[in-house]
Design a protein around this ligand. Structure first.
Ligand SMILES: *Cc1c(COP(=O)(O)O)cnc(C)c1O
Length: 353
């Protein structure tokens, strides 16, 4: 704490990402990174750009990348916004769409960055408690609000939201923006990108960090009505015209062009998930339905924190949230087949001890 800090800097509780320890080699199943590398075409594009053009500023609004993504999703480029990871896209969205008077609504158990942004931008918020089975209580979103944020599938629960429920929430909140954060949608969820023409209040946010193995490149997107995207650009261009560097722009473009690699890798993660799920159940875990690249599990006898510590001692990192309602759960990212087999073997030892 320094006397030079502003009031908000003193008050804010920053987001805490999953640990990246260097003390030994770990099997990292704690930050939902993709266990596989990005498409070789991404590396090729980045190498070429690094050789040719780094003395030049990038395109401020990523025209070339947006044209490629527009084609992929059958949208118009003016329905697409690009940001430095979807975290930045979310931050800009909170700034662009949410007023201070009424509360922003989001679930009590969801991506914890939403709560950090409401603090940072001094917004009000109201937590909507999930039902006991971690599903979304749709009727609780019928209340006056400054905007809504929903992760689908949700994190850290891995559960998908029913599309009819999202439609209902969009319909009863026509005067505020509903953000649907689809960070994990490519692992078997259902996107609502195809609804942006029908709902001018819908903003869909996606990232290249999970399904396209590019967490290190920092590229995220927002998809919505051209008016919403205009608003985002106004805020972005009042903050930093060049949030996406040249390497990220060409890498992201190459990732979208290599459709075959993308489909293959997503299916690989999904196959591993479906293979390992019954193994965890056999060990006494309750595993929530997952349409993501991670599991959210709870053991019938052994406390989550204990399993977390034992796994760590055995060189496997998973995520434990010491928070009400979920402090007996672990979030386990889907790794390679070999990593997941090691996980199952290690859990067998820990639980039968
Ligand atoms: C990982 C994640 C993000 C952020 O991803 P970026 O790396 O910033 O693109 C956003 N929302 C959810 C729910 C996530 O899990």
């Amino acid at each position: 704490m320094s006397k030079y800090w502003s009031e908000i800097t003193k008050k804010i509780e920053p987001y805490v990402p999953g640990e990246q320890p260097k003390d030994r080699k770990y099997i990292k199943l704690n930050t939902n990174e993709n266990p596989y590398p990005p498409s070789p075409k991404v590396i090729e594009a980045i190498n070429k750009e690094a050789t040719d053009c780094l003395q030049l500023y990038p395109e401020p609004n990523c025209d070339d990348l947006r044209a490629t993504v527009a084609k992929y999703y059958n949208l118009s480029p003016n329905q697409i916004f690009v940001g430095n990871g979807s975290d930045e896209v979310l931050a800009f969205s909170f700034m662009t769409f949410f007023n201070k008077e009424k509360p922003v609504l989001f679930a009590d158990i969801t991506y914890s960055f939403y709560e950090v942004y409401v603090q940072l931008f001094e917004l009000n918020h109201k937590l909507i408690p999930l039902k006991d089975d971690f599903s979304l209580p749709v009727e609780d979103f019928i209340t006056d609000n400054a905007g809504i944020v929903i992760a689908n599938p949700n994190a850290p629960t891995s559960k998908p939201v029913e599309i009819d429920d999202l439609k209902r929430i969009l319909e009863i909140n026509k005067n505020t923006v509903v953000i649907v954060d689809e960070a994990y949608v490519d692992f078997g969820g259902t996107s609502v990108i195809n609804l942006i023409d029908s709902y001018p209040n819908l903003l869909v946010v996606q990232t290249l960090s999970k399904s396209r193995s590019l967490a290190g490149l920092r590229v995220g997107f927002a998809f919505g009505h051209a008016d919403l995207i205009d608003g985002l650009n106004r805020v972005k261009n009042s903050f930093n015209s060049y949030t996406i560097d040249r390497l990220a722009a060409v890498g992201a473009k190459a990732a979208f062009e290599d459709v075959e690699y993308f489909d293959t890798m997503c299916n690989k993660v999904i196959r591993t998930r479906e293979r390992i799920l019954p193994e965890l159940e056999k060990l006494g875990f309750t595993v929530l339905e997952s349409k993501t690249n991670f599991f959210f599990v709870s053991h019938k006898e052994m406390p989550a924190e204990e399993i977390f510590k034992e796994l760590r001692a055995n060189g496997i990192l998973v995520r434990f949230f010491n928070k009400p309602k979920i402090n007996n759960f672990l979030r386990i990212s889907i790794g390679t087949d070999k990593e997941m087999d090691t996980l199952v073997e290690t859990l067998k030892k820990i639980i039968n001890k």
